[in-house]
Design a protein around this ligand. Structure first.
Ligand code: PLP
Length: 494
């Protein structure tokens, strides 16, 4: 069963939690208990089988044959190669490459199964309507969600991105998506403004009523949806199984994981895996210059009222880290009253936690951050040392990992979650590798240049993007996105 972090709802089934996305009156769905899974029983299984075992444990209301079909996406060629998430040995640590899906970012790992989870969930709660998925994206979620939902019967998707706040490759990936049920809209503002505007749509009663008259209900594909988080737990088990097979950890030994973090979904999945019995020792939370989480772990104060920076790791440019609420729920000892107080609207995203909660947080997580210069420098020296090319997000993780090792002298085998292919951010990766900034470098030429320089292949989904036909994108002020939705989905306006 699932309950709300703010104590206002409990006893909900998995289908209800996934179909609703977030708790209607505020709060996020969390599992009431964590099932324990013995990793030894998973040894020798394929990714799809591991996915099935991990996910079944949380989906008692899903039939086995249904889940069998859902996890098939990990074995049907949607992900390139035989292994959807290979653990690559680099130096004396491991890199878990989570970007072998259709859009070359780790979001595919979950967004290729969320549409199915949602479809079944809606059927199970007998909702006689079509769904409208609203997504706010800082770049990668948008394309991964469009790919996951395109041409799905009974589902429509509208993606909102900050105009000028995503890379040209990311923008082009979105505007070249096919499918008659997909919509892409630019918002004049930064990601936090874009996300806030989209969140407001979910609570607009008048809009919801209008949509309902048109047989439409809202749902979310952002990582506030449990159906996004659940598939992410799987690859931490997969990482451990590979580490054991590669003799990187001794029988029963522990591993550390490093997670480049924005909305805290990926990191939370690692923590949930630990709660399920996976031998993870330390989880390392890596942030870019928007280091609101690093500051929290240092002082116990979450302060989202601060300057927002646009960085070379745009998918981590987030000050309101949505899933942190779920983490604090566990760290506070599941004190819903405290969560409700910390996340009360009048606090406007800034609050201080008690010492016990803070100590619990630090027990589980080490947090650090990397500046823009350090990120570029890390891409450069990692390539020199290991001939391995990190994208800027993963490089942030690498830098914080190096800092952690130096300060802690902890030599536990460590897995870095690699969240994007370097080709998604080729111009900045080239600046790092070549040490020169060719102003006005052609974004498309950069992909070919990076391939030429490193011998790495350009992922299929990123090839010839510049030659594909792009759709025109309308742009709206954050306060007018309701108008955009009405224009697209309400019949009397068509
Ligand atoms: C989304 C994203 C992140 C941040 O992940 P969260 O789950 O939001 O913390 C990091 N790197 C890349 C490349 C991403 O797309």
């Amino acid at each position: 069963m699932y309950e709300s972090t703010r104590g206002n709802l409990s006893g909900q089934s998995a289908s209800q939690a996934i179909a609703l996305g977030m708790v209607p009156k505020g709060g996020l769905f969390v599992p009431s208990t964590f099932p324990v899974l013995n990793w030894q029983e998973l040894q020798g299984l394929s990714y799809r089988e591991v996915a099935k075992r991990v996910m079944t444990a949380y989906l008692p209301d899903f039939a086995e044959v249904t889940l069998d079909k859902i996890v098939n996406v990990y074995a049907d060629g949607t992900f390139d190669g035989q292994n959807p998430a290979p653990l690559v040995s680099v130096g004396d640590f491991g890199v878990l490459e989570l970007w072998h899906g259709p859009t070359s970012a780790f979001k595919d790992m979950a967004l290729q199964v969320l549409p199915d989870l949602l479809k079944i969930s809606l059927e199970q709660i007998s909702l006689e309507a079509e769904v409208l998925i609203l997504v706010a994206t800082s770049g990668d979620t948008g394309k991964a969600a469009l790919e996951g939902f395109k041409n799905r019967a009974g589902m429509h998707i509208a993606v909102f991105y900050p105009e000028g706040g995503v890379s040209p490759v990311q923008e082009r990936q979105m505007t070249t998506t096919e499918g008659s049920n997909t919509h892409v809209i630019a918002v004049k503002g930064n990601f936090d403004q874009c996300q806030t505007a989209v969140k407001q749509m979910f609570s607009s009663e008048s809009l919801k009523t209008k949509l309902w008259e048109n047989k439409l209900v809202f749902s979310s594909a952002n990582s506030i949806n449990w159906g996004r988080l659940l598939p992410q737990i799987v690859y931490y088990f997969w990482a451990y199984l590979q580490a054991v097979e590669q003799d990187k950890v001794a029988l029963g030994g522990v591993m550390n994981v490093v997670v480049p973090t924005g909305n805290f979904g990926n990191l939370l999945a690692a923590y949930y895996a630990q709660r399920m019995g996976l031998p993870i020792a330390k989880i390392i939370c890596a942030s870019n210059k928007n280091n609101v989480l690093t500051n929290f772990f240092a002082a116990g104060e979450y302060q989202s009222q601060r300057d927002f920076f646009q960085t070379i790791s745009p998918s981590m440019d987030i000050l309101i880290s949505s899933n942190f609420e779920r983490f604090l729920y566990e760290m506070s000892g599941r004190k819903a009253d405290l969560i409700k107080d910390w996340y009360a609207p009048e606090k406007r995203g800034s609050f201080k936690v008690d010492l016990q909660t803070l100590n619990n947080c630090r027990e589980v997580v080490f947090a650090g951050w990397a500046s823009e210069e350090e990120t570029l420098e890390t891409i450069a020296h990692s390539y020199k040392a290991y001939q391995y090319v990190f994208d800027p997000h993963t490089a942030v993780g690498m830098k914080v990992f190096e800092d952690y090792r130096t300060s802690s002298q902890d030599s536990t085998f460590t897995v870095i979650a690699s969240t994007a292919s370097p080709f998604k951010f080729a111009p900045n990766v080239l600046i790092a590798l070549e040490g020169i900034n060719h102003k006005q470098r052609d974004e498309w030429q950069a992909l070919a240049d990076l391939s030429q320089l490193t011998g790495w292949k350009i992922p299929e989904g990123l090839k010839d993007l510049d030659k594909k036909k792009a759709r025109n994108v309308d742009s709206f002020q954050p306060e007018s996105i309701e108008e955009a939705i009405r224009k697209l989905f309400i019949k009397e306006n068509l």
